[in-house]
Design a protein around this ligand. Sequence first.
Ligand SMILES: [Zn+2]
Length: 372
Amino acid sequence: MGQIKIGRVLGFEISIDWSWLLIFFLVVYTLASGYFPRFYPELNVATNWGMGVLAALLLFASVLVHELSHSVVSRRYGTEVSGITLFLFGGVSQMTDEPKSAREEFWMAIVGPVMSFALAGLFYVLGGIGEATRWPVPIVAVLGYLAFINLLLGVFNLVPGFPLDGGRVLRSMIWGATNDLARATQWASYSGQGFGYAMMAFGFFMILGGNLIGGLWLIFIGWFLTGAARQSYEQLLMRQALSGVRIDQVMTTDVPEVSAGLSVRQFVDEQLLRHEFSCYPVMEDDHVVGVVGAEEVRTISSDQWERATVGNIMHRIDGAYKVTADDDAWVALTKLAPGNVCRLMVVEDEHLKGTVGRESVFRLIQTKLKLF
Ligand SMILES: [Zn+2]
């Protein structure tokens, strides 16, 4: 899914996921047609919509402040945060590393809900001042909503299911007690899945009780939480299996290099039919410039094999195909995962040191998961 970059705050790059736009309109709609008319029936329709938009924008700002608080604490602990993406029900701080200690994770996670509660208090006090000094009713109404929604955000994020903040707090406590990050993540993930299913069940009963919209929201959030909890655990397992493993430990030097000037016929007879590799690095003046395999050969008919060279049919490579020997094997997996890259080139000082195939990375993950 695409993301829109909206700028930098405190040195962090802020993006919003497209899904957030959908949520934004849903929030505006729910507020303008349900929430505000119910509590302030004296206001007209245009005012309700204006209030809806203002409240949704300030909700967006509140979520951003919540996420920034996580990122600032992470940065304090020296963990790199490349950016913040706001999506569905909050945000994700893109950390390039897992937290280094249980203590770091605890403070990094707890600060978010604390910030939401602080915002709730701030809006509540402002609303009180506004009411006492007779600010326009729509302003007071929006402040009241923001106090309520920030309180709700704080409470929701405290649900002890990974990857929500509360789940991270839970994980950090189990991690601190057992010194076992994988087990801590597993328990926090189970807890998240449990809460997700409970929410879905509760939403189902709400629908039976006649509250269709509220019930659907709860089922949706529960479903989302269940998936996120499961995924984050699987990702941690793979990441753990691969972290600390350098590319040069998984790379192979067995794959023959092919010269760009070689005819396709020669390539097929001398390499493709003799080895089991799916694709081969193509060299030009000592530099790797592309990859070639059966897929590229298929792009021309066999009567052209004599005249065409490997250089004519090869897939030119860019940064997405290159890694260095010092890189983490995790980097290799993230580059191979999309599926369109058949083999990574390990390049150092412009020279090809070896290649990394998908099979070797997955074999490594499997072996390590069996061992630990
Ligand atoms: Zn948070």
